[in-house]
Design a protein around this ligand. Structure first.
Ligand code: PEP
Ligand code: MN
Length: 360
């Protein structure tokens, strides 16, 4: 992936004055549904119309897509609206059919990126194509696996590459369907600044009410574009009903999003400042979330101590923690004074929690 500049051209060639927008339904359901949505998106900032034809569903027996038939409907979208078309491919047969139907861009889904065998099969089938290929992050937060997938595609001669950040699975329920782990996307950008990175707030949130916020965070972190699932009747969609927005909501969202362009130095300054501030906001949220988790573990210990009638303060254990944290802090350029202050405050909160449990 040495000649990275080459990768960027497909996005530059679109000559957009705003981030790339890809929109359309999660799944192509019927010809009428596909065309109705496409016509409502015609003439907006949407450059690529998306629709899933082959759907990777978590459990069998759900709607698994209309199959190759849907490619004809996508071709009609292109003819009638002028939008470019894109769809997900998950094996060599899909790639062959998509290329035969002149699909303008292909993406590889999160459940495919996890499998090196599938990625290799897809890469071989794509050999030498000049269509842009976007690789979604794998379902697990593994940057190497994501990069490895991209590398396989690149090695088979595909020069127009992009990546889609769609969040990561967790066992624990969170407010997201797939947690964004923004620092992983930031790391991706730092390592490969020339690979266009698109955000997919639909699969991150699983909830249309959160699409705007996640999209704004992505733009503040300098993402190159957004992929947003759009349906004229989201509630009755055959897949991902809770996360799709109507074309008119999408237009509102695009209007309200603040895009920070690079033009003069003042703007460049603001953009960089804003980017760094957003990174800090993301990290601060993580700190709070982790502290909350830490206190939950402390509560558990409080319960145990109550049952066994053991005292809250365990000095030996506490001094071990402090020593270790001072050392860890030093490795990261944090002063001993700061570490001691911070951990004493955390420890005090932990004691308060435990005492409440023991007395309660
Ligand atoms: C999709 O884009 O509809 C899709 C199936 O996404 P993901 O691979 O991110 O789950
Ligand atoms: Mn979907």
């Amino acid at each position: 992936m040495e000649n990275k500049k080459e990768m960027r051209t497909w996005l530059d060639d679109l000559n957009l004055s705003h981030p790339l927008v890809i929109a359309g339904p999660c799944s192509a359901e019927t010809e009428e549904q596909v065309l109705k949505i496409a016509h409502e998106l015609k003439g907006t900032d949407v450059s690529y119309f998306r629709a899933g034809i082959w759907k990777p569903r978590t459990r069998p027996g759900m709607f698994e897509g209309v199959g190759a038939l849907g490619l004809k409907w996508l071709q009609k979208v292109k003819e009638e609206t002028g939008m470019k078309i894109c769809t997900e491919v998950a094996n060599a047969a899909h790639v062959k059919l998509a290329l035969e139907h002149d699909v303008d861009m292909l993406w590889i889904g999160a459940r495919s990126t996890v499998s090196p065998f599938i990625m290799q099969e897809i890469a071989d089938a794509l050999e030498g194509t000049d269509k842009p290929v976007l690789v979604k992050n794998p379902v697990n937060p593994d940057l190497s696996l994501w990069l490895g997938g991209i590398e396989r595609i690149y090695k088979s001669g595909v020069k127009n590459i992009g990546a889609i950040h769609r969040g990561f699975s967790t066992y624990e329920k969170t407010k997201y369907r797939n947690i964004p782990e923004w620092q992983l996307a930031i790391e991706f950008q730092n390592r490969f600044p020339d690979i266009p990175l698109i955000n997919d707030p639909s699969h991150i949130t699983g909830n249309r009410d959160m699409i705007f916020d996640v999209s704004q965070t992505a733009l503040d972190l300098n993402f190159d574009g957004l992929m947003i699932e759009t349906h004229y009747d989201p509630e009755n969609a055959w897949s991902d009903a809770a996360q799709q927005v109507t074309p008119s909501s999408l237009i509102e969202i695009m209007k309200d999003l603040k895009i920070r362009k690079e033009s003069d130095t003042e703007e460049e300054y603001n953009r960089t400042l804003n980017n760094l501030r957003t990174q800090i906001d993301v990290i601060d949220n993580q700190i709070i979330e982790l502290l909350g988790k830490r206190m939950k573990s402390a509560d558990g210990i409080g319960l145990l101590k109550k049952q066994k009638n053991v005292s809250v303060l365990q000095s030996k254990r506490w001094n071990e923690i402090l020593g270790k944290m001072v050392w860890e802090g030093e490795q990261r350029g944090l002063s001993e004074e700061f570490i001691l202050k911070m951990f004493k405050a955390i420890h005090q909160e932990s004691i308060n929690h435990q005492e409440k449990i023991i007395k309660g």
